[in-house]
Every structure is written in C-alpha cells, then in structure tokens.
Design a protein around this ligand. Sequence first.
Ligand code: MG
Length: 161
Amino acid sequence: MRVGLGHDTHRLVPNRKLVLGGVPVPFDRGPEGHSDADVLLHAVTDALLGAAGLGDIGQWFPPTDPRWQDADSTMFVQAAVAEVRRRGWRIANLDCTVFAERPKLGDVRPRIRTRLAELLGIDEQFVNVKAKTGEKVGPIGRGEAISADAIVLLVRDDAAP
Ligand code: MG
C-alpha cells in the first residue's frame, strides 16, 4: 500500500470563476491561477502523484507552460490517475477537506463527491469530501484565500500488467 498527501492554496480574487472538484460553484470571487485554479483537484492530483512517488503537479504541469493557461484541472487528475494505474496501482480511497470562509459548500458537496469518484474511477463510497471555515482567522478566515487538503491510498493492483 502507498499513501499520498496533497495540499493547495489559491488567492480569492474578483472576476474569476470558482470551480471545486470539477464542479462550478456560484460565488462572487474565484481563485487566482494559471489554470482554472481548482484548488481541490490540484490537491487530489498531488496526493495521487505523491502516493506513487511521482513528484508533484508543478513538475508535471508547470505553471509557466502556456498549454495550461485556463486549463480544466480535471485533465491533471486524469493524467495522474493514468500514471498511477500504469504503474500497477489501484486507488483504494480519497479523503479531502476544502478550507473556505465562504461560500458554504453544503449544497454542492454531493456533486463534488460524485465528480471526484468519476474522475478517480472508484465508487462514491470510497470518496469523502469535508468542508471547513477558517474560523474568521488568517487568510482563509478573512476570505482572502481558499485551500484544500487531500489524502489518497493506493493498493497494488494484481490485475495490472
Ligand atoms: Mg493550484
């Protein structure tokens, strides 16, 4: 078995769309970034790469590369899933936490879970999504930033070539 940890933070700014776990979330601000800046998918990508010993998202998809300008971050997760599988690993489960003072994620949380399960190719029962505020403290609490943590467990896939 292998465990992998992912973390990401983006500044929240006006005139940017907020996308979390591949799901658009209505809000008056969004994360600043080169791609669509989906903080949750970036954390999940790093957790997958980390578990398989494959470095991090910045090495695979450099923010200086014009190909990733406004990129849909689902492609980063899909690429990481493919690399993990190619090396003979199966994804056992994902647990993750989104940290944001606003918006409240209650309504979209089930859709984010469904989308993450789709992207990882695993049943929803193996995906868990949590949400926390910053308790009005620090950059998260002041609404200046959004961040996410993710942890993934891989198990050896005996069926792999
Ligand atoms: Mg990021």
